[in-house]
Design a protein around this ligand. Structure first.
Ligand SMILES: [Zn+2]
Length: 169
């Protein structure tokens, strides 16, 4: 088990656009394992955590570890293929921005596709709000975008304590 340090806001690795994985190669597999291990460790220590994106452990690849109703697996080259026009506001949080919650506008439903580490295709035709906002948050990480970039200007943001991180991703 290789648990890595979570990269925090201010680190340029969170701002890089992650690279597509070539599923036939092996150069990304250790990072995929470490990402899953790091999410499992966070969940064991803190009691929460539904997803973790590869830039959060300093990996350059397009990988997201999930542990939620989507399943417990590492999504490889994940893509949002459709977003609903309807949006909603969610109080977002992030393991890379500890102690903060910011209101973010997200699409209410999305379609989501990825491979898993065995190369099998997973297609989620319509994810409802709680999972939709999760995958939007994580795919944003792969594009170097943080929740604070999407924070609704009119609401600003607030500093909060540990309780605010219950759904941290
Ligand atoms: Zn995050």
């Amino acid at each position: 088990m290789a648990v890595r340090e979570v990269v925090l806001i201010g680190d340029t690795r969170l701002r890089q656009v992650a690279l597509a994985v070539d599923p036939t190669r092996h150069d990304w597999r250790q990072d995929a394992m470490d990402l899953a291990d790091t999410l499992a460790d966070l969940k064991a220590r803190l009691g929460f955590g539904r997803g973790l994106a590869s830039p959060q452990i300093g990996s350059p690849w397009r990988l997201i570890a999930f542990d939620c109703r989507l399943g417990t697996f590492v999504a490889v080259n994940p893509r949002i293929t459709w977003r609903s026009d309807e949006t909603f506001s969610v109080l977002d949080d992030c393991f890379s921005i500890p102690g903060r919650k910011v209101p973010v506008t997200r699409s209410k439903a999305v379609a989501f596709e990825c491979l898993d580490i065995d190369g099998d295709v997973h297609v989620f035709k319509r994810l409802e709000p709680d999972l939709a906002e999760l995958v939007q948050h994580e795919v944003d990480h792969l594009d170097g975008i943080l929740m604070t970039d999407r924070a609704a200007q009119q609401h600003g943001s607030t500093a909060t304590g540990v309780d605010s991180r219950m759904g941290a991703t």
